[in-house]
Write a protein that binds this ligand. Structure first.
Ligand SMILES: Cc1cc2nc3c(=O)[nH]c(=O)nc-3n(C[C@H](O)[C@H](O)[C@H](O)COP(=O)(O)OP(=O)(O)OC[C@H]3O[C@@H](n4cnc5c(N)ncnc54)[C@H](O)[C@@H]3O)c2cc1C
Length: 456
């Protein structure tokens, strides 16, 4: 195995990737002339002004030598992202799609998509850390299901950073079968008293609020006795214990509720209506971010090609075949993004095709990072990289193309096929809703309480 020369930035175009990029721009041009499977990937001409506005905003606020958030030393990123959040807040761009009365900019869907695209191209986050939960999930859900009082109270607190949220859905005995959850909430005067446990709570150690699915009626079938509660975490009844994951980072935690208290009015969408609220939350943002999903994977693939060059493997037929397969996978992801966008702009809910995309990117990411480990051989047995701030997909744009950073990505790719619905669950959805195969047998017609005693 050859020794790699100096490290260069990921996302640097190599000759091989430049050829690929050229061929894919030809494909893009050809595709633009037609409408594929009900998809129109061209943008209306009158949106160009907004695109230019976003480009100008980024030029004005980013340093001239900006190379993407991944290029910052890991110790500086958190601080930078905090400051960036303030910049976005001042420009009214933190929750740009929210109505102005709740602190948003009232952007149209297509403007929001363009904002996401321009930020993604420059490797800049559109939010602060935890905002995926605070704005993307619970904020949007409060906007949809909340009472006027809940909206007036919680939405400004999210934007000014007073409340930082995490997601309390999964439990040790309910992950894929989420509706089986057992965290109990009982009404005591003006408060709910919560007892139970949540697990795999991402970034729970940075949050002061947790949206919690609770069992409020055990006597009815499992989907019908659940409520969605807005629970303060700064109280003696809540204990947070971090879990160290395979990448050696404190990504998530366990949350224990021992007579934890939650005000009576902190139920979102009505008592025992939590299953509908929970599903609304899961559907948010999928369409809006669909067209930027492929971008970091493209940058990562460019880095893979460069790594193959560094290790002298670009003439190796097996490596070449892999590059061709990976290129195809990233292109499919990109076109699926346009398909999802088209649905979103038509006002349609994300369909079962989002399961196809999830299945595909999570598997692809494992394949490309495994292939990088194979290229690096014995070099891939040493150390960890600088850590990832963008979640669990491809590393942020600008991440240095080092073997330790590939080790990080390889490890981070493992849970990709588990969180946000496992691959097996996605296949069930595709089988039942896309292919029309017979449904899985369901054995849960009776009350949730009876089903628990049947298993005990
Ligand atoms: C990195 C990461 C971050 C996460 N963050 C959060 C978070 O912030 N908040 C939160 O609430 N949860 C979070 N989760 C939890 C996540 O939602 C669950 O891990 C996931 O839903 C799977 O549940 P489980 O782990 O209990 O596995 P199980 O559901 O017990 O599954 C075990 C195995 O059985 C398979 N299986 C289960 N049911 C079926 C079926 N019907 N047909 C075929 N196969 C099946 C699964 O595919 C899997 O292989 C996170 C998980 C990870 C890995």
């Amino acid at each position: 195995m050859g020794h790699p020369p100096s490290h260069t930035k990921r996302n640097t175009k190599t000759k091989a990737s430049a050829e690929v990029a050229m061929s894919h721009s030809h494909v893009t041009a050809r595709m633009r002339e037609s409408t594929i499977a009900g998809m129109d990937p061209t943008y209306p001409a009158d949106t160009e002004a907004y695109r230019q506005q976003m480009k100008d905003f980024l030029d004005e606020h980013l340093p001239s030598d900006w190379g993407g958030i991944g290029s910052l030393p890991s110790d500086d990123r958190h601080h930078w992202q905090k400051q960036w959040r303030e910049t976005l807040s001042e420009a009214n761009l933190l929750a740009p799609h929210w109505p102005a009365e709740y602190g948003g900019a009232g952007l149209s869907r297509i403007e929001h998509v363009i904002l996401n695209e321009e930020f993604a191209h420059r490797g800049v986050p559109t939010m602060g850390s935890n905002d995926g939960f605070s704005i993307g999930m619970v904020g949007n859900t409060i906007l949809h299901w909340g009472t006027e009082e809940q909206k007036q109270h919680y939405l400004p607190r999210i934007l000014d950073g007073s409340d930082v949220w995490c997601q309390g859905y999964s439990e040790p005995n309910s992950g894929s079968d989420l509706a089986n959850l057992g965290c109990k909430a009982e009404l005591d005067g003006d408060e709910w008293i919560l007892n139970g446990q949540k697990i795999w709570t991402s970034a729970g150690m940075h949050a002061n609020m947790i949206f919690t699915l609770c069992r409020t009626d055990p006597e009815v079938p499992k989907h019908k006795g659940i409520s969605f509660m807005l629970v303060p975490m700064d109280q003696p009844g809540i204990e947070v214990r971090p879990i160290t994951h395979i990448g050696m980072k404190d990504h998530f935690c366990e949350v224990f509720y021992s007579d934890a208290r939650c005000p009576k009015d902190n139920v979102l969408g009505g008592v025992n209506n939590g299953w509908a609220v929970a599903n609304t939350l899961l559907g948010f943002e999928r369409g809006i971010r669909a067209t930027v999903l492929a971008l970091p994977f493209r940058a990562e693939l460019d880095s893979f090609i460069e790594l193959a060059q560094r290790y002298g493997k670009t003439d190796d037929p097996t490596t070449r075949q892999k590059i061709a397969r990976f290129h195809t996978a990233v292109e499919i992801l990109r076109w699926q993004g346009y398909q999802a966008l088209t649905r979103n702009l038509r006002g349609e809910a994300p369909g079962p095709e989002s399961s196809i995309t999830k299945l595909q990117w999570s598997k692809y990411h494992q394949q490309v990072t495994e292939a990088a480990m194979e290229l690096a051989g014995a070099d891939a047995t040493i150390g960890f990289g600088q850590g990832d701030v963008s979640g669990l997909g491809a590393p942020p744009i600008g991440t240095p193309n080092t073997v330790p950073n590939w080790i990080d990505s390889f490890l981070i790719a493992r849970p990709g096929t588990i969180y946000a619905g496992t691959s097996e669950v996605q296949k069930n959805i595709i089988g039942e809703r896309v292919l029309g195969l017979p449904k899985e047998p369901r054995a849960d017609g009776g009350s949730w309480k009876e089903s628990q005693s049947a298993y005990s």
